[in-house]
Design a protein around this ligand. Structure first.
Ligand SMILES: Cc1cc2nc3c(=O)[nH]c(=O)nc-3n(C[C@H](O)[C@H](O)[C@H](O)COP(=O)(O)O)c2cc1C
Ligand code: SF4
Length: 489
């Protein structure tokens, strides 16, 4: 059961070199839509050898590795669940964290039975913030119910969705909340060891967490017999290796095991057969950041926030085109228009053309859908998604055909290649739009071929990357048909 993290056998799979510092410009979605704000910098970006798809600095796009500015952080929900310590300046040391209720939830949790904690999380209504919105308590129940040992808990800090910088700021500014939440989750499901997988493009988050884990060990929060109980637990920090697909939970587990990071076929799900074939709970960083608050304040207080089937708060990150880019904790159940106009302040320049919410693997939200409530099912109804919570606005000057090309270039570059529609289909669509945009003779796109590839992506992809690319294409073909008409035969 030795971890093979750092193994070089799959080095060729990863886009970013394992050694040395990351350098260069970001070409993620938020930087793509902001290219007019600094065309020179964007030209440098597309001509640089290495493709970096999101540095999580979308509030200052087009951005670079050197940029150290922090985003604006605000809490707009009735109660601060996730950003409370961060809005007050962050809590990087144990003293700062414990001064603001840190590790109190752990003490409370260890005095309760694991089953009670699982029930508390279930009745809070918390759903995963990593993209799929799966009920967190159900996952905990499933792992608790597994008899096989050892069990693992894994924090997914890969945050690959371009436009999102929520997990980055949580890891950098309030790292002990991740440790405390993993401890509580591990105790509740009966896990022995935890992993935090941190995106390679987030070197500061990695450094902060490295120190945090070592401080937590020294402080007696990690190790043997925590708080004098029979519960022992430790955490291993894993540096992501630079590929978007590593955020998909089963690819992430393969990556930790030192294997090629391809998504696994399911079932079995990780809760039953995860890391090294053992029962494993994989949870997103923001999801975890909700846990100590729920344990301290109770499921009812949490359920009181939000609406419909979307309980609690959600942190959203707004890109640089907004007048007020930044990180905002909001309650589910406010109209998208409120986020765009009241919180974001509208665009700095020009009129809004649409929004890409939660990453590029879902539908686009057109301005005439802005009355839609911000909630899991409500956004699904218009073909969009809460996803990770990044909100990227683009203006009316943004060419939709260039946007489609950009997203398929990203998709084909990041596809793991395991299944045919995604491996070949994504690069074919990228190529079709590249030729059309270059104005090559005979490059008008055959819509039937395009729609056939989109159907194949939707129906035959093995993971959310291929399916999401299909959803994005379906959405733009429907909502932006007029803009795309000149591309077709
Ligand atoms: C292509 C792809 C990329 C993903 N990237 C991430 C990611 O970077 N971070 C994350 O938390 N979840 C990501 N997910 C979702 C995870 O597979 C998984 O659902 C999540 O980590 C579970 O945690 P949650 O229930 O707390 O959301 C991704 C999914 C797909 C299909
Ligand atoms: S859909 Fe794409 S990324 Fe997902 S498994 Fe298939 S080839 Fe890999």
């Amino acid at each position: 059961m030795e971890s093979t993290v750092g193994s070089r056998q799959n080095e060729s799979f990863y886009h970013l070199a394992s050694d040395g510092n990351l350098a260069g410009n970001c070409r993620g979605l938020a930087c793509f839509v902001a290219q007019q704000q600094n065309p020179q910098s964007w030209r440098r970006t597309v001509s640089q050898g290495q493709r970096i798809y999101c540095l999580g600095k979308c509030y200052a796009a087009p951005s670079t590795c050197d940029l150290t500015d922090k985003p604006l952080v605000r809490v707009l929900s009735r109660r601060a669940v996730v950003l409370d310590q961060i809005v007050d300046g962050g809590a990087r040391t144990i003293a700062e964290y414990t001064d603001s209720a840190g590790y109190r939830a752990l003490a409370k949790a260890l005095a309760r039975k694991p089953e009670e904690l699982v029930d508390e999380i279930r009745s809070s209504g918390l759903r995963g913030r990593g993209g799929a919105g799966f009920p967190t308590g159900e996952k905990w129940r499933s792992v608790l119910g597994q008899q096989r040992k050892p069990k693992f808990v894994v924090a997914n800090g890969d945050e690959g969705d371009p436009g999102a910088y929520i997990d980055r700021i949580i890891m950098e500014e309030n790292p002990h909340v991740v440790v405390e939440a993993l401890l509580i989750a591990a105790y509740a499901v009966g896990a022995d060891k935890g992993y935090i997988y941190v995106r390679r493009e987030y070197p500061l988050a990695y450094a902060v967490l490295e120190k945090t884990i070592s401080d937590a060990r020294r402080g007696g929060y990690l190790g043997e017999s925590i708080f004098g109980t029979r519960f022992s637990f430790d955490i291993e920090l894993v540096l992501g290796r630079g590929s978007y697909i590593c955020g998909e939970e089963t690819a992430l587990l393969n990556s930790i095991e030192g294997k090629r990071p391809e998504p696994r076929l399911r079932p079995p799900y990780p809760g039953e057969c995860g890391l090294f074939g053992q029962p494993t709970l994989v949870q997103n960083i923001e999801t975890l950041a909700n846990i100590p608050w729920i344990v301290r304040n109770g499921a009812n207080a949490y359920r009181d926030l939000g609406f419909s089937n979307s309980q609690g708060t959600k942190v959203v990150s707004l890109n640089s085109l907004f007048r007020n880019p930044g990180l905002y904790e909001i309650e589910f159940g406010i109209p998208v228009r409120t986020i765009v106009e009241d919180i974001g302040g509208g665009l700095k320049i020009g009129k809004i053309g649409g929004l890409i919410i939660g990453g590029p693997l879902a539908g686009v939200v057109r301005p005439d859908c802005f009355e839609t409530m911000f909630g899991f099912e409500e956004l699904r109804e218009i073909g969009a998604s809460v996803g990770h919570g990044g909100i990227v606005a683009f203006d009316e000057q943004t060419s939709i055909s260039q946007l489609v090309h950009h997203i398929f270039a990203f998709g084909s570059f990041e596809s793991c290649g395991k299944c045919t529609p995604c491996r070949l289909g994504s690069s074919r669509i990228e190529g079709l739009f590249a030729s059309r945009l270059a104005g090559l003779p005979g490059s008008a796109i055959d819509q039937t071929e395009l729609r056939d590839i989109v159907s194949a992506l939707l129906e035959a992809s093995a993971c959310g990357l291929g399916i999401g690319l299909g959803e994005f294409a379906q959405s733009v073909l429907h909502f932006y048909a007029k803009d795309l008409a000149p591309c077709f035969t």
